[in-house]
Ligand binder design. Structure first.
Ligand code: NAD
Length: 501
Protein backbone atom coordinates (compact mmCIF):
# COMPACT_ATOMS: atom_id res chain seq x y z
CA UNK A 1 0.00 0.00 0.00
CA UNK A 2 2.68 2.52 0.98
CA UNK A 3 4.65 3.76 -2.00
CA UNK A 4 7.29 5.87 -0.33
CA UNK A 5 9.70 7.22 -2.87
CA UNK A 6 11.84 9.02 -0.31
CA UNK A 7 15.52 8.34 -0.15
CA UNK A 8 16.67 7.64 3.37
CA UNK A 9 18.83 10.34 5.02
CA UNK A 10 21.91 8.15 4.82
CA UNK A 11 21.37 7.64 1.07
CA UNK A 12 21.27 11.32 0.19
CA UNK A 13 23.88 13.99 0.81
CA UNK A 14 23.23 17.61 1.79
CA UNK A 15 22.95 18.74 -1.87
CA UNK A 16 21.17 15.74 -3.34
CA UNK A 17 17.47 15.14 -4.01
CA UNK A 18 15.36 13.30 -1.44
CA UNK A 19 12.76 11.94 -3.85
CA UNK A 20 13.67 8.99 -6.03
CA UNK A 21 10.59 9.25 -8.23
CA UNK A 22 7.93 11.94 -8.48
CA UNK A 23 5.72 12.14 -5.39
CA UNK A 24 2.13 10.98 -5.96
CA UNK A 25 -1.41 11.97 -5.09
CA UNK A 26 -3.39 9.87 -2.61
CA UNK A 27 -7.01 9.37 -3.68
CA UNK A 28 -9.26 6.66 -2.25
CA UNK A 29 -6.32 4.71 -0.81
CA UNK A 30 -4.45 4.60 -4.15
CA UNK A 31 -1.27 6.53 -4.92
CA UNK A 32 -1.22 7.87 -8.48
CA UNK A 33 0.39 10.48 -10.71
CA UNK A 34 -2.79 12.55 -11.20
CA UNK A 35 -4.88 12.91 -14.34
CA UNK A 36 -2.60 15.35 -16.14
CA UNK A 37 0.65 13.64 -15.21
CA UNK A 38 2.14 17.11 -14.69
CA UNK A 39 4.74 17.66 -11.98
CA UNK A 40 6.42 20.58 -10.24
CA UNK A 41 9.79 20.87 -8.51
CA UNK A 42 10.32 21.35 -4.80
CA UNK A 43 13.59 22.94 -3.61
CA UNK A 44 15.94 22.94 -0.63
CA UNK A 45 15.98 26.52 0.72
CA UNK A 46 19.49 26.07 2.15
CA UNK A 47 21.05 25.43 -1.27
CA UNK A 48 18.33 26.19 -3.84
CA UNK A 49 18.95 22.65 -5.18
CA UNK A 50 15.95 20.59 -6.35
CA UNK A 51 14.71 17.98 -3.88
CA UNK A 52 12.49 16.22 -6.40
CA UNK A 53 9.29 16.40 -8.39
CA UNK A 54 5.76 16.35 -7.03
CA UNK A 55 2.52 15.50 -8.81
CA UNK A 56 0.39 18.51 -9.68
CA UNK A 57 -3.28 17.83 -9.07
CA UNK A 58 -5.92 19.32 -11.38
CA UNK A 59 -9.68 19.87 -11.18
CA UNK A 60 -10.50 16.25 -12.07
CA UNK A 61 -8.22 15.01 -9.27
CA UNK A 62 -10.05 17.33 -6.88
CA UNK A 63 -13.37 15.81 -8.02
CA UNK A 64 -12.01 12.28 -7.57
CA UNK A 65 -10.64 13.05 -4.09
CA UNK A 66 -13.95 14.62 -3.01
CA UNK A 67 -15.85 11.55 -4.32
CA UNK A 68 -13.51 9.21 -2.47
CA UNK A 69 -13.83 11.21 0.76
CA UNK A 70 -17.66 11.32 0.47
CA UNK A 71 -17.80 7.57 -0.09
CA UNK A 72 -15.51 6.89 2.87
CA UNK A 73 -17.69 9.07 5.09
CA UNK A 74 -20.53 6.55 4.68
CA UNK A 75 -18.35 3.46 4.62
CA UNK A 76 -19.23 1.41 7.74
CA UNK A 77 -15.55 0.58 8.23
CA UNK A 78 -15.05 4.26 9.19
CA UNK A 79 -18.53 5.57 9.95
CA UNK A 80 -19.23 2.76 12.40
CA UNK A 81 -15.75 2.29 13.76
CA UNK A 82 -16.12 2.47 17.55
CA UNK A 83 -14.66 5.50 19.31
CA UNK A 84 -12.25 3.16 21.13
CA UNK A 85 -11.04 1.69 17.84
CA UNK A 86 -10.63 5.19 16.37
CA UNK A 87 -8.56 6.11 19.42
CA UNK A 88 -6.27 3.16 18.74
CA UNK A 89 -5.80 4.26 15.11
CA UNK A 90 -4.85 7.78 16.22
CA UNK A 91 -2.50 6.42 18.86
CA UNK A 92 -0.84 4.19 16.24
CA UNK A 93 -0.31 7.23 14.01
CA UNK A 94 1.45 8.96 16.94
CA UNK A 95 3.64 5.87 17.49
CA UNK A 96 4.51 5.74 13.79
CA UNK A 97 5.40 9.43 13.74
CA UNK A 98 7.85 8.76 16.57
CA UNK A 99 9.18 5.56 15.05
CA UNK A 100 9.86 7.45 11.79
CA UNK A 101 10.88 10.63 13.58
CA UNK A 102 14.40 10.83 12.19
CA UNK A 103 13.17 10.56 8.62
CA UNK A 104 10.35 13.08 9.16
CA UNK A 105 12.73 15.54 10.81
CA UNK A 106 15.25 15.15 7.99
CA UNK A 107 12.55 15.74 5.35
CA UNK A 108 11.22 18.80 7.19
CA UNK A 109 14.69 20.31 7.47
CA UNK A 110 15.57 19.72 3.82
CA UNK A 111 12.19 20.98 2.58
CA UNK A 112 11.43 23.87 4.93
CA UNK A 113 14.91 24.82 6.14
CA UNK A 114 14.35 24.67 9.91
CA UNK A 115 17.34 23.51 12.00
CA UNK A 116 17.32 19.75 12.51
CA UNK A 117 17.13 20.31 16.28
CA UNK A 118 13.86 22.21 15.80
CA UNK A 119 12.48 19.53 13.47
CA UNK A 120 13.46 16.77 15.95
CA UNK A 121 12.65 18.64 19.14
CA UNK A 122 9.51 20.57 18.16
CA UNK A 123 7.93 19.50 14.85
CA UNK A 124 8.04 15.73 15.26
CA UNK A 125 7.11 15.48 18.97
CA UNK A 126 4.50 18.24 18.51
CA UNK A 127 2.90 16.19 15.73
CA UNK A 128 2.91 12.94 17.72
CA UNK A 129 1.53 14.55 20.88
CA UNK A 130 -1.30 16.13 18.93
CA UNK A 131 -2.48 12.69 17.79
CA UNK A 132 -2.20 11.33 21.35
CA UNK A 133 -4.19 14.23 22.75
CA UNK A 134 -7.06 13.68 20.29
CA UNK A 135 -6.86 9.89 20.65
CA UNK A 136 -7.96 10.58 24.23
CA UNK A 137 -10.93 12.63 23.05
CA UNK A 138 -12.56 10.10 20.69
CA UNK A 139 -14.26 8.36 23.64
CA UNK A 140 -15.36 11.63 25.27
CA UNK A 141 -17.30 13.40 22.52
CA UNK A 142 -20.59 13.69 24.36
CA UNK A 143 -24.08 14.95 23.74
CA UNK A 144 -26.44 16.19 26.45
CA UNK A 145 -30.04 15.89 27.48
CA UNK A 146 -31.69 19.29 27.23
CA UNK A 147 -34.11 20.59 29.88
CA UNK A 148 -36.79 21.53 27.33
CA UNK A 149 -40.28 22.66 28.42
CA UNK A 150 -42.33 20.80 25.81
CA UNK A 151 -44.65 18.38 27.63
CA UNK A 152 -43.65 14.76 27.75
CA UNK A 153 -40.78 15.19 25.29
CA UNK A 154 -37.25 13.93 25.54
CA UNK A 155 -34.55 16.03 23.91
CA UNK A 156 -30.95 15.04 23.52
CA UNK A 157 -28.01 16.16 21.39
CA UNK A 158 -25.53 14.22 19.32
CA UNK A 159 -22.22 15.42 17.96
CA UNK A 160 -21.75 14.19 14.41
CA UNK A 161 -18.89 14.66 11.94
CA UNK A 162 -19.10 17.76 9.76
CA UNK A 163 -18.27 15.62 6.73
CA UNK A 164 -15.59 16.07 4.09
CA UNK A 165 -12.93 18.52 5.33
CA UNK A 166 -10.36 20.25 3.13
CA UNK A 167 -7.20 20.85 5.19
CA UNK A 168 -5.10 23.57 3.54
CA UNK A 169 -1.74 24.26 5.18
CA UNK A 170 1.16 26.76 4.96
CA UNK A 171 4.91 26.23 4.59
CA UNK A 172 6.29 27.42 7.93
CA UNK A 173 5.63 24.32 10.11
CA UNK A 174 4.30 21.89 7.51
CA UNK A 175 4.10 18.70 9.59
CA UNK A 176 2.99 20.14 12.91
CA UNK A 177 0.33 22.48 11.54
CA UNK A 178 -1.17 19.66 9.47
CA UNK A 179 -1.58 17.56 12.63
CA UNK A 180 -3.42 20.44 14.34
CA UNK A 181 -6.14 19.81 11.76
CA UNK A 182 -5.83 16.14 10.88
CA UNK A 183 -5.87 14.73 14.43
CA UNK A 184 -9.14 16.39 15.58
CA UNK A 185 -10.77 15.86 12.14
CA UNK A 186 -10.13 12.10 12.40
CA UNK A 187 -11.01 11.99 16.11
CA UNK A 188 -14.47 13.29 15.14
CA UNK A 189 -14.84 10.70 12.29
CA UNK A 190 -14.61 13.13 9.39
CA UNK A 191 -12.87 12.35 6.11
CA UNK A 192 -10.24 14.72 4.74
CA UNK A 193 -8.45 16.02 1.69
CA UNK A 194 -5.06 17.45 2.58
CA UNK A 195 -3.61 20.25 0.43
CA UNK A 196 -0.12 21.01 1.73
CA UNK A 197 1.78 24.16 0.76
CA UNK A 198 3.41 23.66 -2.63
CA UNK A 199 6.81 24.76 -1.23
CA UNK A 200 6.86 22.12 1.53
CA UNK A 201 4.77 19.01 0.82
CA UNK A 202 7.18 16.22 1.75
CA UNK A 203 6.27 15.54 5.38
CA UNK A 204 2.55 15.64 4.54
CA UNK A 205 3.13 12.88 1.96
CA UNK A 206 5.01 10.79 4.50
CA UNK A 207 2.36 11.39 7.16
CA UNK A 208 -0.39 10.27 4.77
CA UNK A 209 1.53 7.02 4.23
CA UNK A 210 1.81 6.54 7.97
CA UNK A 211 -1.95 7.08 8.35
CA UNK A 212 -2.60 4.18 5.94
CA UNK A 213 -0.05 2.05 7.78
CA UNK A 214 -1.80 2.84 11.07
CA UNK A 215 -5.09 1.43 9.72
CA UNK A 216 -6.96 4.53 8.54
CA UNK A 217 -9.43 3.06 6.00
CA UNK A 218 -9.11 3.88 2.29
CA UNK A 219 -10.57 7.23 1.26
CA UNK A 220 -10.58 8.69 4.79
CA UNK A 221 -7.29 10.54 4.21
CA UNK A 222 -6.67 11.87 0.70
CA UNK A 223 -3.84 14.14 -0.32
CA UNK A 224 -3.47 16.47 -3.30
CA UNK A 225 -0.20 18.28 -3.99
CA UNK A 226 -0.19 21.39 -6.14
CA UNK A 227 -0.47 25.16 -5.96
CA UNK A 228 -3.17 27.67 -5.01
CA UNK A 229 -5.46 26.45 -7.83
CA UNK A 230 -5.91 23.12 -6.04
CA UNK A 231 -6.84 24.97 -2.84
CA UNK A 232 -9.27 27.19 -4.77
CA UNK A 233 -10.97 24.17 -6.38
CA UNK A 234 -11.44 22.53 -2.97
CA UNK A 235 -12.83 25.70 -1.40
CA UNK A 236 -15.35 26.14 -4.23
CA UNK A 237 -16.37 22.45 -4.35
CA UNK A 238 -19.97 21.68 -3.38
CA UNK A 239 -18.89 18.27 -2.07
CA UNK A 240 -16.62 19.77 0.59
CA UNK A 241 -18.38 20.53 3.89
CA UNK A 242 -15.61 22.30 5.75
CA UNK A 243 -12.38 24.13 5.05
CA UNK A 244 -9.71 24.41 7.71
CA UNK A 245 -7.09 26.82 6.46
CA UNK A 246 -3.85 28.13 7.92
CA UNK A 247 -2.08 30.78 5.90
CA UNK A 248 -2.09 34.43 5.02
CA UNK A 249 -4.90 36.82 5.90
CA UNK A 250 -5.25 37.80 2.25
CA UNK A 251 -5.97 34.21 1.17
CA UNK A 252 -8.16 33.73 4.27
CA UNK A 253 -10.40 36.55 3.04
CA UNK A 254 -10.65 34.94 -0.39
CA UNK A 255 -11.55 31.59 1.19
CA UNK A 256 -14.29 33.20 3.27
CA UNK A 257 -15.81 34.65 0.08
CA UNK A 258 -15.49 31.56 -2.09
CA UNK A 259 -16.79 29.10 0.47
CA UNK A 260 -20.14 30.91 0.56
CA UNK A 261 -21.62 28.72 -2.24
CA UNK A 262 -22.67 25.82 -0.01
CA UNK A 263 -22.01 27.80 3.19
CA UNK A 264 -19.09 25.64 4.19
CA UNK A 265 -17.91 25.60 7.77
CA UNK A 266 -14.65 27.56 7.82
CA UNK A 267 -11.81 27.69 10.34
CA UNK A 268 -9.14 30.25 9.53
CA UNK A 269 -5.76 30.57 11.26
CA UNK A 270 -4.20 33.64 9.68
CA UNK A 271 -1.43 36.18 10.03
CA UNK A 272 -0.25 38.06 13.08
CA UNK A 273 1.84 41.00 14.27
CA UNK A 274 2.45 40.05 17.88
CA UNK A 275 3.00 43.07 20.16
CA UNK A 276 5.62 42.49 22.85
CA UNK A 277 5.48 44.79 25.85
CA UNK A 278 8.59 45.09 28.00
CA UNK A 279 7.67 46.90 31.24
CA UNK A 280 10.12 49.06 33.19
CA UNK A 281 10.35 46.42 35.95
CA UNK A 282 11.05 43.46 33.61
CA UNK A 283 14.09 41.25 34.15
CA UNK A 284 15.80 42.73 31.11
CA UNK A 285 18.26 39.94 30.36
CA UNK A 286 15.49 37.37 30.52
CA UNK A 287 13.26 39.59 28.39
CA UNK A 288 15.97 40.10 25.77
CA UNK A 289 16.68 36.36 25.55
CA UNK A 290 12.96 35.55 25.26
CA UNK A 291 12.21 38.37 22.85
CA UNK A 292 15.07 37.53 20.50
CA UNK A 293 14.10 33.87 20.43
CA UNK A 294 10.41 34.75 20.15
CA UNK A 295 11.19 36.95 17.16
CA UNK A 296 13.76 34.80 15.38
CA UNK A 297 12.66 31.22 16.03
CA UNK A 298 12.35 29.48 12.63
CA UNK A 299 13.92 32.65 11.18
CA UNK A 300 10.82 34.64 12.15
CA UNK A 301 8.54 32.44 10.00
CA UNK A 302 6.07 31.87 12.82
CA UNK A 303 2.51 33.21 12.83
CA UNK A 304 2.83 34.27 16.48
CA UNK A 305 6.43 35.57 16.09
CA UNK A 306 7.13 38.50 18.38
CA UNK A 307 7.28 41.22 15.78
CA UNK A 308 6.90 44.69 17.34
CA UNK A 309 8.55 45.55 20.65
CA UNK A 310 7.21 48.27 22.93
CA UNK A 311 9.90 48.97 25.52
CA UNK A 312 9.74 51.42 28.44
CA UNK A 313 11.69 54.50 27.31
CA UNK A 314 14.00 54.33 30.36
CA UNK A 315 15.23 50.91 29.21
CA UNK A 316 14.86 51.01 25.45
CA UNK A 317 18.53 51.73 24.64
CA UNK A 318 19.75 48.92 26.88
CA UNK A 319 17.14 46.55 25.40
CA UNK A 320 18.06 47.46 21.81
CA UNK A 321 21.78 47.11 22.40
CA UNK A 322 21.43 43.71 24.07
CA UNK A 323 18.88 42.44 21.52
CA UNK A 324 21.13 43.50 18.63
CA UNK A 325 24.14 41.77 20.18
CA UNK A 326 22.15 38.57 20.79
CA UNK A 327 20.67 38.60 17.26
CA UNK A 328 24.04 39.24 15.60
CA UNK A 329 25.62 36.35 17.56
CA UNK A 330 23.20 33.78 16.12
CA UNK A 331 24.79 31.44 13.60
CA UNK A 332 23.12 31.17 10.20
CA UNK A 333 23.50 27.94 8.29
CA UNK A 334 21.86 24.93 6.68
CA UNK A 335 19.40 23.18 8.99
CA UNK A 336 21.42 19.97 8.78
CA UNK A 337 24.55 21.56 10.36
CA UNK A 338 24.91 21.05 14.14
CA UNK A 339 26.14 24.61 14.59
CA UNK A 340 23.08 26.28 13.01
CA UNK A 341 20.85 28.53 15.10
CA UNK A 342 18.92 30.07 12.19
CA UNK A 343 18.10 28.36 8.91
CA UNK A 344 17.17 29.97 5.60
CA UNK A 345 13.91 31.63 4.60
CA UNK A 346 11.67 29.33 2.63
CA UNK A 347 12.06 30.75 -0.89
CA UNK A 348 13.90 33.42 -2.84
CA UNK A 349 10.55 35.18 -3.35
CA UNK A 350 9.94 35.31 0.39
CA UNK A 351 13.49 36.57 1.02
CA UNK A 352 12.84 39.42 -1.43
CA UNK A 353 9.63 40.28 0.40
CA UNK A 354 11.45 40.40 3.78
CA UNK A 355 14.25 42.51 2.26
CA UNK A 356 11.62 44.84 0.76
CA UNK A 357 10.20 45.46 4.25
CA UNK A 358 13.69 46.17 5.59
CA UNK A 359 14.35 48.69 2.78
CA UNK A 360 11.00 50.33 3.55
CA UNK A 361 11.96 50.56 7.23
CA UNK A 362 15.15 52.41 6.31
CA UNK A 363 13.34 54.71 3.87
CA UNK A 364 10.73 55.59 6.49
CA UNK A 365 13.45 56.65 8.94
CA UNK A 366 13.96 53.68 11.28
CA UNK A 367 17.54 53.20 12.48
CA UNK A 368 19.07 49.94 11.25
CA UNK A 369 21.13 48.64 14.20
CA UNK A 370 22.21 45.25 12.85
CA UNK A 371 21.54 42.94 9.89
CA UNK A 372 19.47 44.31 7.05
CA UNK A 373 20.89 42.19 4.26
CA UNK A 374 21.11 38.76 2.72
CA UNK A 375 23.92 36.53 3.96
CA UNK A 376 26.80 36.07 1.53
CA UNK A 377 29.90 33.88 1.29
CA UNK A 378 29.17 30.18 1.75
CA UNK A 379 25.50 30.89 2.26
CA UNK A 380 24.82 32.97 -0.83
CA UNK A 381 23.20 30.13 -2.80
CA UNK A 382 20.54 29.61 -0.13
CA UNK A 383 17.87 32.03 1.08
CA UNK A 384 19.60 33.27 4.23
CA UNK A 385 18.85 36.67 5.75
CA UNK A 386 20.81 38.32 8.56
CA UNK A 387 18.79 38.84 11.74
CA UNK A 388 17.83 42.49 11.75
CA UNK A 389 17.12 44.97 14.54
CA UNK A 390 15.61 48.42 14.04
CA UNK A 391 15.57 51.20 16.67
CA UNK A 392 13.52 54.40 16.66
CA UNK A 393 10.49 52.74 15.09
CA UNK A 394 7.17 54.57 15.29
CA UNK A 395 3.62 53.21 15.23
CA UNK A 396 2.89 54.41 11.69
CA UNK A 397 5.88 52.73 10.03
CA UNK A 398 5.17 49.78 7.75
CA UNK A 399 7.56 47.52 9.70
CA UNK A 400 5.48 48.15 12.85
CA UNK A 401 2.16 47.43 11.12
CA UNK A 402 2.50 44.67 8.52
CA UNK A 403 3.39 41.02 8.97
CA UNK A 404 6.98 40.55 7.72
CA UNK A 405 7.30 36.83 8.59
CA UNK A 406 11.08 37.10 8.71
CA UNK A 407 13.97 37.76 11.14
CA UNK A 408 13.20 41.42 11.87
CA UNK A 409 12.90 43.10 15.30
CA UNK A 410 11.37 46.60 15.25
CA UNK A 411 11.84 48.38 18.62
CA UNK A 412 9.46 51.18 19.70
CA UNK A 413 9.64 53.21 22.91
CA UNK A 414 6.72 54.03 25.23
CA UNK A 415 6.32 56.55 28.04
CA UNK A 416 3.06 55.54 29.65
CA UNK A 417 2.07 51.98 30.46
CA UNK A 418 -1.59 53.08 30.51
CA UNK A 419 -1.47 53.80 26.75
CA UNK A 420 0.29 50.66 25.74
CA UNK A 421 -2.72 48.35 25.34
CA UNK A 422 -4.31 50.86 22.95
CA UNK A 423 -1.11 51.02 20.90
CA UNK A 424 -0.81 47.23 20.88
CA UNK A 425 -4.46 46.92 19.82
CA UNK A 426 -4.11 49.43 16.99
CA UNK A 427 -3.60 46.64 14.45
CA UNK A 428 -5.77 44.59 12.14
CA UNK A 429 -4.26 41.46 13.71
CA UNK A 430 -4.93 39.78 17.06
CA UNK A 431 -3.24 36.39 17.11
CA UNK A 432 -0.95 36.68 20.13
CA UNK A 433 0.65 39.13 22.54
CA UNK A 434 3.67 38.93 24.83
CA UNK A 435 4.26 40.71 28.14
CA UNK A 436 7.50 40.93 30.13
CA UNK A 437 7.12 42.16 33.70
CA UNK A 438 7.70 41.08 37.32
CA UNK A 439 4.55 42.89 38.46
CA UNK A 440 1.46 40.67 38.79
CA UNK A 441 -0.91 43.58 38.38
CA UNK A 442 0.76 44.73 35.14
CA UNK A 443 0.75 41.17 33.79
CA UNK A 444 -2.94 40.47 34.40
CA UNK A 445 -4.19 43.97 33.56
CA UNK A 446 -2.43 43.91 30.20
CA UNK A 447 -3.40 40.27 29.54
CA UNK A 448 -7.04 41.32 29.83
CA UNK A 449 -6.64 44.53 27.83
CA UNK A 450 -4.86 43.22 24.72
CA UNK A 451 -7.08 41.87 21.96
CA UNK A 452 -5.33 38.61 21.08
CA UNK A 453 -6.15 34.90 21.02
CA UNK A 454 -3.15 33.94 23.18
CA UNK A 455 -1.13 35.99 25.65
CA UNK A 456 2.30 34.85 26.81
CA UNK A 457 3.66 36.32 30.04
CA UNK A 458 7.44 36.08 30.52
CA UNK A 459 7.70 33.22 28.05
CA UNK A 460 7.98 32.15 24.42
CA UNK A 461 4.98 31.63 22.14
CA UNK A 462 4.65 27.90 22.72
CA UNK A 463 1.34 26.32 21.70
CA UNK A 464 0.01 23.22 23.48
CA UNK A 465 -2.52 20.66 22.22
CA UNK A 466 -4.69 21.27 25.30
CA UNK A 467 -4.87 25.08 24.96
CA UNK A 468 -6.97 26.95 22.36
CA UNK A 469 -5.12 28.48 19.41
CA UNK A 470 -6.53 31.11 17.07
CA UNK A 471 -6.94 34.79 16.49
CA UNK A 472 -9.08 37.83 17.20
CA UNK A 473 -9.85 40.21 14.32
CA UNK A 474 -8.11 39.55 11.00
CA UNK A 475 -5.94 36.84 12.57
CA UNK A 476 -8.67 34.29 12.02
CA UNK A 477 -12.00 32.67 12.68
CA UNK A 478 -12.50 29.84 15.17
CA UNK A 479 -10.06 27.98 17.38
CA UNK A 480 -7.90 24.91 16.96
CA UNK A 481 -6.60 22.65 19.75
CA UNK A 482 -8.09 21.64 23.07
CA UNK A 483 -11.79 20.76 23.18
CA UNK A 484 -12.40 23.80 20.93
CA UNK A 485 -11.30 21.84 17.85
CA UNK A 486 -14.00 19.25 18.55
CA UNK A 487 -16.59 21.97 18.05
CA UNK A 488 -14.93 22.89 14.76
CA UNK A 489 -15.09 19.31 13.44
CA UNK A 490 -18.60 18.34 14.60
CA UNK A 491 -22.18 19.43 13.96
CA UNK A 492 -24.67 19.39 16.82
CA UNK A 493 -27.90 17.54 16.17
CA UNK A 494 -30.90 17.86 18.52
CA UNK A 495 -33.30 14.92 18.71
CA UNK A 496 -36.88 15.48 19.99
CA UNK A 497 -38.78 12.35 21.06
CA UNK A 498 -42.52 12.43 21.83
CA UNK A 499 -42.98 10.14 24.82
CA UNK A 500 -46.82 10.05 24.64
CA UNK A 501 -48.16 6.53 24.41
P1 NAD B 1 -0.60 31.30 1.86
O1 NAD B 1 -1.88 31.90 2.30
O2 NAD B 1 0.08 31.89 0.69
O3 NAD B 1 -0.80 29.76 1.48
C1 NAD B 1 -1.28 28.80 2.41
C2 NAD B 1 -1.89 27.63 1.67
O4 NAD B 1 -3.04 28.07 0.95
C3 NAD B 1 -0.99 26.95 0.64
O5 NAD B 1 -1.26 25.57 0.70
C4 NAD B 1 -1.47 27.55 -0.67
O6 NAD B 1 -1.25 26.73 -1.80
C5 NAD B 1 -2.96 27.67 -0.42
N1 NAD B 1 -3.64 28.73 -1.18
C6 NAD B 1 -3.09 29.86 -1.71
N2 NAD B 1 -4.06 30.60 -2.30
C7 NAD B 1 -5.22 29.93 -2.13
C8 NAD B 1 -6.58 30.20 -2.47
N3 NAD B 1 -6.92 31.30 -3.11
N4 NAD B 1 -7.54 29.32 -2.11
C9 NAD B 1 -7.22 28.20 -1.41
N5 NAD B 1 -5.95 27.88 -1.07
C10 NAD B 1 -4.97 28.74 -1.41
O7 NAD B 1 0.28 31.31 3.17
P2 NAD B 1 1.81 30.93 3.33
O8 NAD B 1 2.60 32.02 2.69
O9 NAD B 1 2.04 29.51 2.94
O10 NAD B 1 1.98 30.98 4.94
C11 NAD B 1 2.35 32.11 5.63
C12 NAD B 1 1.14 32.72 6.31
O11 NAD B 1 0.50 31.78 7.15
C13 NAD B 1 1.50 33.88 7.23
O12 NAD B 1 0.60 34.94 7.03
C14 NAD B 1 1.32 33.29 8.62
O13 NAD B 1 1.06 34.23 9.63
C15 NAD B 1 0.19 32.35 8.43
N6 NAD B 1 0.18 31.34 9.48
C16 NAD B 1 -0.78 31.40 10.46
C17 NAD B 1 -0.78 30.46 11.50
C18 NAD B 1 -1.82 30.51 12.61
O14 NAD B 1 -1.90 29.57 13.38
N7 NAD B 1 -2.61 31.56 12.71
C19 NAD B 1 0.20 29.47 11.54
C20 NAD B 1 1.15 29.44 10.53
C21 NAD B 1 1.14 30.38 9.50
Amino acid sequence: MAVSTFLRPQESGPDSPVLEKPGRLLIGGEWGPGTSGRTFTTYDPATAAPLGELAEADASDVDAAVDAARKALRDPEWAQMSPAARARVLWRIADLIEANGDELAYLETRDQGQPLGVARGVSVPGAAEHFRYYAGWTTKIEGATSPISLPNTLHYTRREPVGVCALITPWNFPLMILTWKLAPALACANTVIIKPAEQTSLTALRLAELCLEAGVPEGVVNLLTGGPEVGRALVAHAGVDKVSFTGSTEVGREIMRSSAGNLKRVTLELGGKTPTIVAHDADLDRAVAGCVQGALFNSGQVCAAYSRFYVDRSRVDEFTEKAAAAAAALRLGPGLADTTDLGPLVTEEHLRSVDGYVRTGVEQGAELVTGGRRADGDLEKGFFYRPTVFAGVTDDMTIAREEIFGPVIPVLAYDDLDDIADRANDSEFGLAASIWTKDLSTAHTLAAAVRAGSVFVNMLHVPDAAAPWGGFKASGVGREMGPYALEAYTEVKGVFVNLDR
